[in-house]
Design a protein around this ligand. Sequence first.
Ligand SMILES: NC(=O)c1ccc[n+]([C@@H]2O[C@H](COP(=O)([O-])OP(=O)(O)OC[C@H]3O[C@@H](n4cnc5c(N)ncnc54)[C@H](O)[C@@H]3O)[C@@H](O)[C@H]2O)c1
Length: 271
Amino acid sequence: MSYNLLKGKRGIITGALDENSIAWKVAEKAHEEGATFVLTNAPIAMRMGEIKELAEKTNSEIIPADATNVEELTALFTKSQEILGGKIDFVLHSIGMSVNIRKNIPYTESNYEYFMKGIDVSAMSLHKMLAVAKKLDAINEWGSVVALTYAAAQRTYPFYTDMADIKAMLESIARSFGYHYGLEKKVRINTVSQSPTKTTAGTGIKGFGDFYDYADAIAPLGNASAEDCANYCITLFSDLTKMVTMQNLFHDGGYSTTGVSMGVMQKLGIQ
Ligand SMILES: NC(=O)c1ccc[n+]([C@@H]2O[C@H](COP(=O)([O-])OP(=O)(O)OC[C@H]3O[C@@H](n4cnc5c(N)ncnc54)[C@H](O)[C@@H]3O)[C@@H](O)[C@H]2O)c1
């Protein structure tokens, strides 16, 4: 069901790699809710071609941009305003990649070059996007920026290795930049801390399948799906959440505030 929550709004959606991507679902929902937007991803992801299908389905144009490259981000924000016919109302940052995770390197033996790459791609990219947008004055007053994060920023999950530290940085950038952008331009910035979700980035983490089931057994509502996450992002892009900024918002079926569930106790033979 659609409520026209984003009618007349213009956006930029990063990170739609394939139909499992959280960003893919956000794009579908944003289209249903009346928004127009540009899709973007790293040039290398573009070669896989699936994003074209999404662009056709949502009547959007694609602008390739490496989120670590300020020049490419400048072109992205400039061209997006031209294509969409005005300033941007919402931005989804849905970008994550750790070479240390990809290569199965234990946290205590992290390769620092890979660590820096992870920081640049997955956290600093948010700062770069916001700095470019602010410099160009590309985002409308009351515009909304959402970046996706994970609970390993607050509590330790050994398999999440350097991404835990990187997500903590991402959440901090959302708060810090959220202060300045809010004060000067009333642009709001939040992070959504999402349940484990079966996407390319998610399933690339060793032990993810088992952990997905564990989180599902802990959360009273179960794991939130990518589609649920997209619905939540839409509310954050809408005017209904106008005064929400600089928050890390848990979207996890109650997982983060549950100590233990009866289901898990039973599995351990305690109950
Ligand atoms: N899947 C999960 O379990 C989960 C849980 C919580 C948060 N998240 C976060 O959600 C976001 C989206 O991930 P997803 O799960 O949809 O997986 P995904 O693999 O579909 O999306 C990750 C995206 O990042 C893009 N990307 C990588 N390097 C880039 C670069 N240099 N420039 C621009 N884009 C680049 C990829 O091309 C891809 O589209 C990530 O920030 C991830 O950490 C995922």
